[in-house]
Design a protein around this ligand. Structure first.
Ligand SMILES: Cc1cc2nc3c(=O)[nH]c(=O)nc-3n(C[C@H](O)[C@H](O)[C@H](O)COP(=O)(O)OP(=O)(O)OC[C@H]3O[C@@H](n4cnc5c(N)ncnc54)[C@H](O)[C@@H]3O)c2cc1C
Length: 341
């Protein structure tokens, strides 16, 4: 196979996990290439990143760049799991790291890519279709502007998110038997309820749960999470109709006229975990290594931490993933079982 370029580390995927791996590798003085199929994400997703991410953003000199219209400080989390009890408010002031942020994921990912680029990583747009791993190095092929290219590297970091067939070249993933789907809705209209107090709400719905927050760039973002079978059951229900119905019954946020213009789309929430996360010349990180329960709000924090650890502490990476998984699964089971979430 003719090789176009050789690097110490090649990262496939420029989401938070891939960018964290690339930034860490540059800090260690390694040559790095990141290949991502998109120049930027275009997902319009709003997420709340956990307070623990502050430590990374500070280390990478990015704290000063976290602000509107990309991010809002999250003042509190308001949750309601029972129609008979008043919603509970957890103020950010009680968290040693603060409240974390509500972020526009597109803009957040662009900031991380820029940080990797500024530190000397090479970023190439291309869709990787095949990986070849050997004991001492690896190579992969991808399409770049209509032509095939190949890259060789001493280490490969696979950070392609949750839905990928590429991982099969490295390891296998087990999938959770529970299939869940999020119906995500975004309306363009400003919601005065959140003007001075940008909080995240989470609440129980008739068939699952719902979460919502103001979008830093503008508008409102609300996700309705439910077992996938409810979307495919007969007669088929329109996701927009399910989303509107859940929003109109919210215990926390009064429904607004602007919700009628919301655009909705679906995203799988089915969990998966890789059986092996690191080999001699490769590692899988972020959602590719294991997905994190969206209700925990730890997906981006886990992506950043796993990306860093796989590159900086490869010797203890597998053990760290194992302990993270045990802890995460236990706290998830406790939350879901006692219905407090
Ligand atoms: C409904 C829902 C709500 C969530 N809410 C939150 C939240 O509020 N807070 C939170 O912290 N987390 C949340 N998460 C989780 C969070 O979105 C993920 O954990 C996080 O995006 C994982 O980052 P990543 O870098 O591993 O993968 P991704 O962000 O998915 O990045 C993968 C990258 O790989 C690229 N790629 C994929 N395939 C290829 C290929 N073949 N070739 C080249 N490039 C490729 C993609 O273009 C993409 O840029 C939520 C998840 C869901 C499903």
């Amino acid at each position: 196979m003719a090789v176009d370029n050789c690097f110490d580390i090649a990262v496939i995927g420029a989401g938070p996990a891939g960018c964290a791996a690339a930034i860490t590798a540059r800090r260690l003085g390694k040559t790095v290439v990141i290949v991502d199929r998109a120049t930027a994400t275009h997902c319009s997703v709003v997420e709340r990143v956990a307070p623990a991410t502050r430590q990374y953003l500070a280390d990478w000199g990015l704290i000063g760049r976290i602000g509107a219209p990309m991010a809002l400080e999250c003042s509190s989390v308001v949750s309601a799991w029972s129609p008979d009890a008043p919603p509970q408010v957890t103020h950010a002031i009680f968290d040693p790291f603060g409240g974390g942020w509500i972020i526009e994921r597109d803009a957040f990912d662009r900031m991380l890519r820029h940080a990797a680029l500024q530190r000397g990583a090479t970023i190439i747009q291309g869709t990787v279709s095949a990986i070849h791993v050997h004991d001492s190095d690896c190579s992969f092929a991808f399409d770049c502007a209509g032509s095939k290219r190949t890259i060789q590297a001493k280490q490969l970091v696979l950070a392609v998110g949750r839905g990928t067939a590429l991982i099969r070249a490295l390891t296998v993933r087990s999938h959770s038997p529970e299939k869940w789907v999020a119906i995500l809705g975004r309306s363009r209209h400003f919601d005065a309820q959140w003007e001075d107090d940008p909080y995240l709400f989470v609440e129980k719905t008739e068939s699952g749960w719902m979460y919502g927050m103001p979008a830093p760039a503008r508008g409102v973002f609300i996700g309705v999470c439910l077992p996938a079978r409810l979307l495919t059951a007969s007669p088929r229900r329109d996701p927009l109709e399910i989303w509107r119905q859940a929003v109109s019954c919210s215990m926390i946020r009064e429904p607004r006229g602007s919700d009628a213009d919301a655009q909705v789309w679906c995203r799988s929430m089915t969990g998966c975990a890789a059986t092996e996360v690191i080999g001699q010349s490769w590692a899988v990180v972020g959602d590719t290594a294991r997905t994190v329960d969206p209700l925990s709000g730890l997906g981006v924090a886990f992506a950043l931490e796993s990306g860093r650890r796989a590159v900086e502490e490869p010797g203890t990476y597998a053990q760290w993933i194992r302990s993270f998984s045990l802890q995460h699964d236990a706290s998830k089971a406790a939350l879901y079982d006692n219905g407090t979430r």
